[in-house]
Each structure stands twice: as structure tokens, then as C-alpha cells.
Design a protein around this ligand. Sequence first.
Ligand code: TXA
Ligand code: MG
Length: 324
Amino acid sequence: MLHLTDTRADIAQAVALLRAGELVAIPTETVYGLAALASKPDAVAKVFAAKGRPADHPLIVHLPSKSHLAHWAAQVPDVAWQLADAFWPGPLTMVLPAATHVSPLVNGGQATVAVRWADHPLLQAVLDELGEALVAPSANPFGRISPTSAPHILEHMAGRIPAVLDGGACRIGIESTIVDLSSPTPAILRPGQVSADALAPWLSVAAHAPANAPRVPGALAAHYAPRHRCYRLEAGELATLPSDWDWNHTALLAFGRPHAAAGWQRVLPADPAGYAQTLYATLHEADQSGCELILVEMPPDTPDWAAVRDRLGRASVGFAQYTA
Ligand code: TXA
Ligand code: MG
């Protein structure tokens, strides 16, 4: 796999590959995406093959600028323009009625399309050069943890894609907030750094997707999983582990402060943004620590931790399900 950097020649090479209908892993502020030209069904089809992703799972269209919204959405309600003004470029994806030209490969044959203008200088350089949108799901094999740096992609996508454009570690670290504006009741389909509270000045959103909500594979239970079994410990549960617990074969993601008995451990930050930024990288690291299982000490069940707890909830099972 080509490891491209921020030189002009490398950006030009990424653009050339994309124009030729090839895939390039690209940095965004949230996680790395696996990009293909949104206007080329052949290129979009390669994304599903490279990820091993079921074909009916829709993709997010990454726009070169706000004005492209009108090209991809059949109607853009006022509130969507207002949210674009407030949050773009940034970690907010909007689901809107799809324009008729949108390929069923892009939106899973639904009547809607997901769009976002992401915030990363290297991606922006590529989009400016292309002058058109890219589809970009997270650049992980289907069901695995999303990549937040180029080495994750070099390791997990080797042999599946021709190139990665290295933009350093992602600033936010978890995927964008997805808000559905296509139905009469707006809803957050996937929590992210842009919270329901942050959206409140423009719209009030249901915190959970209504039953008939569009498909979001991120909502599958077994999503974002590390390779090793991963258990979550809610407040107080760490203290209830048996005294002969095998810490030599356990990787612990401790919350806020280290655990005296632990072997391999990483202490995650006690603030939601700091935790999110390092979460996937730390899970990748734990997976490769030589452990047999991973324990995660959960952050509190409060609204400010909703996005982080959502991802941890999908990466792990409750400790009550532990079997030796
Ligand atoms: O932060 C992000 O959003 C990253 C970066 C690369 O931009 N992308 C990302 O893409 O997380 P992906 O494909 O891993 O997740 C996109 C989510 C999926 O859960 C998909 O089902 C949902 O967006 N989605 C896409 N189109 C949709 C639609 N029309 N209606 C509802 N959900 C949709
Ligand atoms: Mg994903």
C-alpha cells in the first residue's frame, strides 16, 4: 500500500487514484475514511468489496463545500442550511431526502442520503482538486474498530487498497454525529461529539432512533469490536473481581486513574473529548498487547459521555456475561 503524505506530489497522486476510480484511505477530523468518487458506481462498489461490508449499508457522501448540499439532497430544509452554517466543516452528518441521481450503491436504495463536510486540511486539499464529492465509510474491515491513524490502515487494510493519505492522528477520534432530518421527527441516529444539547438551538431531537429509522450498521450489536473478548465494568464492578484474577493476560482500559493490581493498562482521560480522541487507538493497542481479554472501566452514564459509551457498548459485552 502506498503511504502518501502531505506533499503536493502525494496529494496529486491521491487525486489521480481517485479520479481513476481507485480507493484511497483519507484522514478526517473524526476517523479515517475509505474514499471513492461518489459519482462513479464502479468505484463505490470497490468500497464494499475492500471493507467486506454488506451492499445494502449506505455510505456518507463527503462534500467539498456547503454548496454541494443542494446537489445531493432533493430538498434542503432551512434547518439543514442553518446546521451546516453552525457545524460545517465538522463532525455532523445529516440525513436528507436524496436527489434522484444518487446511486443505490451510495444510499442502499433508500429515499435518503447522508451528507457531511468534514474538517481536515488534507482531505480538503483533495476535494478542492477533485471538485466533487467522495463517499467514505470508516476505513476498517467491516465490524472492526475504526482507524484513527495511518498505521491502523497500513496494518488492517494491507492488500485491500492501493493507498493511504497520512494526515496524522484524528483530532476527534470517534465517528460523526448522524442526525436524520428526512422525517417529521428529527432524530440522532448515531451520537457523536455534536450532542443533542449542541443541536438544541436549531432543533429538538429524539435521543434514540424511532423504530422505523433508516438502517445504520453502526447500530448492530457486534460493531466496532476488537479481536479479543472485551468486557465492560460499570461503576464499582472492578472492585468485585475475584482476588485471583489473571491480570497477566488482561488488558485494562482504566478510567481516570490506574488500578493497582492491573498488568497491562492504559489510563483513559476523565473528560469526554480526551477519552474519545484516544479510545480506538487504545483499543487497537490493547488488542495487540498479548492479552487474552480486555476489560474496560466505563465512564459515568451521563449525557456528556453518551457518544463514548455508545462506542464502548458496541465494542464490549457486560461483565455479567463473563465466562472463564
Ligand atoms: O465520522 C464519520 O462519519 C466517518 C468519517 C470517515 O467521515 N464515516 C463513517 O462512515 O463513520 P460509516 O460508513 O462507517 O458510517 C456511516 C453511517 C452508517 O452507520 C450508515 O448506515 C449511516 O451512516 N448512513 C449512511 N447513509 C444513511 C442514510 N441514508 N440513512 C441513515 N443512515 C445512513
Ligand atoms: Mg464505520
